[in-house]
Unconditional design. Structure first.
Length: 276
């Protein structure tokens, strides 16, 4: 049996249980309400600093939502997944689960997919409701940008959920797992870009020409930002992306593949560790 050999039915059972648990404890509903409320506020009051209230344009709305999602969604994903494995170990239920006819990879994948489904449901419904409310004001091409924003938000959540599950596998207890999850959030959301900015200053801008674009790809939050902002002509220059990120690397297909790698690589690492 290879490391990735799976029985789909076993994976589905674990995933369905994880999803039902999140539905039962109102987790999905709570996160959906948070996303809907924040998105509505941003859509109608995002331009208040310019003296305008009400929906202005989909580009300004998406740009504002991107900043919100980068701070909020990774934190939610890390909190959701940090005890996926270590929590079962501390409760003494991990050995019981492993005594059933399923492999460690099936258990890990089932938990990841179930948690991903819960997070994706909250993201799609939360932001989708706002899209429906604004639908009568959106031109057809705006729906393409907004749908892309929702899809990329789902991928961002899955990337950080994959990191959270990896932390859960490596951690020896829930306290260390929660600390590791918060450390990841601080690093990728708050610290990483500051380090890149410091490198730019120290090098006098020399880093930007060759290395900087690729360093941005090493942070899923930055990949998400570029994926959404680069396609918005009115906002792209404001963010300064045209000067530090070449257009040849800004293909949605390429950036989407990078985001998928951010999901697959940590999950593969977690699988390797969980089988030790």
């Amino acid at each position: 049996m290879t490391i990735f050999a799976i029985e789909p039915r076993q994976v589905g059972i674990i995933a369905a249980k994880e999803f039902r648990d999140r539905i039962r404890n109102r987790w999905v509903l709570a996160v959906t309400i948070v996303f809907t409320a924040f998105a509505l506020v941003i859509a109608y009051f995002g331009a208040a600093q310019q003296g305008a209230i009400g929906f202005r344009s989909i580009e300004v709305t998406i740009a504002s939502l991107v900043s919100l999602v980068i701070y909020l969604l990774p934190l939610i994903a890390l909190i959701l997944g940090f005890d996926a494995i270590v929590g079962e170990r501390e409760r003494g239920s991990l050995e019981l689960l492993l005594s059933m006819p399923l492999t460690r990879f099936e258990l890990l994948l089932g938990k990841f997919l179930g948690l991903s489904a819960a997070l994706a449901c909250s993201t799609i419904v939360g932001f989708g409701l706002v899209g429906l409310l604004l639908g009568f004001k959106l031109p057809p091409e705006a729906w393409y940008h907004y749908a892309g924003f929702i899809l990329s938000s789902v991928l961002l959540g899955m990337a950080f959920l994959s990191l959270a599950v990896t932390v859960s596998v490596f951690a020896t207890d829930r306290a260390r797992a929660s600390g590791g999850a918060i450390a990841l959030w601080f690093f990728f959301v708050l610290v990483y870009d500051l380090l890149l900015l410091g490198a730019l200053v120290v090098s006098g801008g020399a880093v930007a020409a060759d290395t900087f674009p690729y360093l941005l790809l090493l942070n899923p939050a930055d990949v998400f930002r570029i994926l959404n902002i680069f396609g918005l002509n009115d906002v792209r220059t404001l963010y300064g992306l045209t000067t530090v990120f070449p257009e040849r690397l800004a293909s949605p297909g390429l950036l989407g593949a990078v985001m998928l790698a951010w999901i697959a690589v940590p999950l593969g690492l977690a699988t390797w560790r969980f089988r030790q």
